[in-house]
Design a binder for this molecule. Structure first.
Ligand code: 2RA
Length: 348
């Protein structure tokens, strides 16, 4: 019999993309049960061409579930993922609640698929969307060259902050469209008003050097996630990682500039060879022809796109790259679905 899948958080930004991915991928599932907060229970959502009624998150909702995907806030996962696991489901969790738990594997199927097999808590974690937007490309380069250090800046889309982030950008763009705003200090802020939604500053006509919550010594939680998760996924606990996270007025698709330093000298040709054959990666790198990835073209696609590959002028062991990945697809729903498919193949 085919496994029963539960999608917990089916109505959110990632949940919505998940339902479309489940409708596009090979249909390996028996029942697909949609679970959400009691507020959304009773809503009907389309998956695999059928309307399915959303049920409320309760212990009974996990009855008979083989694999449960969670895309809910950290505290909801922390409470409910162990309940689902105790009911016998393998949980694939997309919150930060378990990512750094040594008894929970953190899995990217192109990079460390084997890790998904060892899951003492019955939980497998899905990385943060910012880590995921570059890690498939970095994993391929690491396997060939041995990564020593990453220096990263992110250009993160507003949907990383959920539907509220998207609404906020759209609302603000309406307020500034057709004006000459953006020419005097504070003019955008005054036009947009105090309600900047999930962001600390106006996001229309602006960039914000902040994502996540404040941690020690001025770091943001998002920056520490990229560092800690990259180390765990690549299996390099002492990898040197420095990250600055920046929010930009893009709806969906995170971009990152990466300075990657390796054990030995590297060449652009060799890096091109690796990136053009790595599963899940598209090399799009011909600046003479105007070819490099941008979020406007990458959104809605599955792979990690890489362009602007250069060898660092002052360090023959380092590469500079520009990477784009759809934060709701590979950055969230797609990677979760790929992990669930790996586990389903193992269970069957
Ligand atoms: C963001 N990475 O883009 C976060 C969400 N998980 O805000």
């Amino acid at each position: 019999t085919r496994p029963t899948l539960a999608v917990v958080g089916a109505t959110g930004a990632v949940g919505t993309v998940m339902l479309s991915i489940l409708s596009q991928h090979a249909d390996i599932w028996g029942e697909i049960r949609l679970i959400a907060s009691p507020r959304s229970a009773g809503r009907k959502l389309a998956v695999r061409g059928e309307e399915v009624e959303v049920v409320a998150l309760t212990e009974e909702a996990f009855e008979g579930v083989d694999i449960a995907m969670f895309d809910v806030p950290d505290d909801v996962s922390a409470q409910w993922a162990p309940i689902a696991a105790a009911k016998g489901a393998v949980v694939v969790d997309n919150s930060a609640a378990f990512r750094m738990d040594p008894d929970v594997p953190l899995v990217v199927p192109e990079v460390n698929p084997h890790a998904a097999r060892v899951r003492p808590r019955g939980i497998v974690a899905n990385p943060n969307c910012t880590t995921l937007s570059m890690i498939v490309a970095m994993g391929a380069l690491h396997a060939e060259f041995g990564l020593r250090e990453l220096v990263v800046s992110s250009y993160q889309a507003v949907s990383g902050a959920g539907l509220a982030g998207v609404e906020s950008l759209r609302g603000q763009l309406n307020l500034v469209a057709g004006t000459d705003l953006g020419t005097k200090p504070g003019d955008v802020r005054r036009a947009v008003g105090d309600d900047t939604g999930p962001f600390r500053e106006p996001i229309a006509l602006n960039v914000i050097p902040w994502a996540g919550s404040l941690q020690d010594d001025g770091w943001s939680s998002e920056e520490l996630k990229v560092r800690n998760e990259s180390r765990k996924i690549l299996g390099v606990p002492d990898l040197r990682v420095s990250v600055t996270c920046v929010r930009v007025p893009v709806v969906t698709t995170h971009s990152l500039t990466v300075h990657a330093r390796f054990e030995n000298e590297v060449t652009v040709d060799h890096a091109h060879e690796i990136l053009s054959t790595a599963p899940g990666v598209v090399l799009f790198d011909n600046p003479a022809a105007g070819e490099f990835p941008t979020p406007a073209d990458v959104v809605g696609t599955d792979p990690t796109w890489v362009g602007r590959v250069r060898r660092a002028l002052d360090d023959p062991t380092a590469l500079e790259l520009f990477v784009c990945g759809d934060n709701l697809r590979k950055g969230g729903a797609l990677n979760t679905a790929q992990i669930a498919e790996l586990i389903a193949a193992e269970l069957s």
